[in-house]
Ligand binder design. Sequence first.
Ligand code: ADP
Ligand code: MG
Length: 448
Amino acid sequence: MTSQDLKVWNHVLTQVGKSVSAQQFSTWFQELELSQLTHDQVTISVPSQFHQDWISNNYYSVLQDAFQSCTGSRPKILFAFPQTRPNTKSVQKSTLSPPPRVQSRLISEIQLNDHYTFKNFVVGPSNSLSHAASVAVAESPSLTYNPLFLHSAVGLGKTHLMQAICWHILKEEPQKTIYYLSCEDFVNEFITSVERGELESFRYKFRHVDVLLIDDIHFLAGKERTQEEFFHTFNTLYHAKKQIILCSDSPPKEIPTLEDRLVSRFKWGLVTKIESPHFETRVAILRRKAKIRKIDVPLDVLHFVAEHIDTNVRELEGAINILAAYAAAKSQSIDIHLARQCLKDQIKVSPVQVSIDTILELIVEHFGIRLSELQSKKRSRSITFPRQICMYLIKRLTNYSLEEIGGYFGGRDHSTVIYAIEQIKKKKSSDPEFSEYLEKLVRILKPN
Ligand code: ADP
Ligand code: MG
């Protein structure tokens, strides 16, 4: 190393200092040392692999620019770190192009949640496709569905599945570089890089990953410039056969102001929706969450919670947390009384209004007929009898008027409905078995 080289290096650092903040400079550049300098190649010694990665991904072009302004040429930059810090002759072969590969590589501002693994994800009919697709993508990134686009209402497991994919790839293919971030961070980073004139390093970072996961991509709505940038990022990664995984609160075409070209690209791979879980899945999720929290929740309490919280898994989990907290505070084991008491704000145990659809479904199921027949003009006894039972139950269990009830059955008028109800009442008073059967139906429809 000549004194001339050191002079150049000092100039370079001064130059870098002008383009990054003082904080960034002291964190990333203070400890760098120049190891070797030729007109087209420079080797910089860095304190750690991590340091090297960060500089490669974030400041590569800043360094190149600085060299260019001092020496007039844009050298290729090589890095070396302590174990293999080179002498002037042997230079470590790790270079930026192709980009550096690092062990267990996850770039993320988001701390992965230890529990968000495939093992802890309860699979049921509402989420089985999204789960299967996520597993496939995690097992063979970029070879199955690309992009994978998951969507659902809030609290149904999108983030859980995304992080499960990260965990899986980290474990099975640690050489892969994963970038997992929220769309909000993507937008903010983009804006910052534009403001600071660091667009090149922004692009470099996003376009040199093996797996890119962006959570809540609907946040792109209304952000035209970021959409444009994302479009190019998408294309570069897609054509380089890198895996892209996105999730959103709605399907691509329903994200407001999302450019058509992005909508169509999002549909190139697989778009899959996670629905609200069914009762059995809700019970299984509650059981799993209770196990994770190491608390004993009896089955009747699990059923009680699953019956009353039926749309959002995050709320189910919240209920388990509340139960655990109450039980611990009162040093009491969890039972149905405790559950009713401590979950009264979460659970609205209002008198349940039975819906017409529920009644129709029950009768269709019990009599093995089709809904269309029930609502048709057909007059055969096998159809009229169940139809009359429906009318009777609707009148008894709901607030619908006779006209409205008639409307549900092919536009019959209210006198037909009165007649049907009378027929059922008559049979009920003359036939105890039938009466018992009717009461059983009522209990199924209105358990309390
Ligand atoms: P989203 O990102 O769709 O809003 P999250 O992934 O944050 O939802 O899920 C909310 C909570 O519900 C998380 O704690 C997650 O672990 C849990 N959860 C959702 N679906 C399941 C499931 N099928 N099995 C286990 N936990 C689930
Ligand atoms: Mg989420």
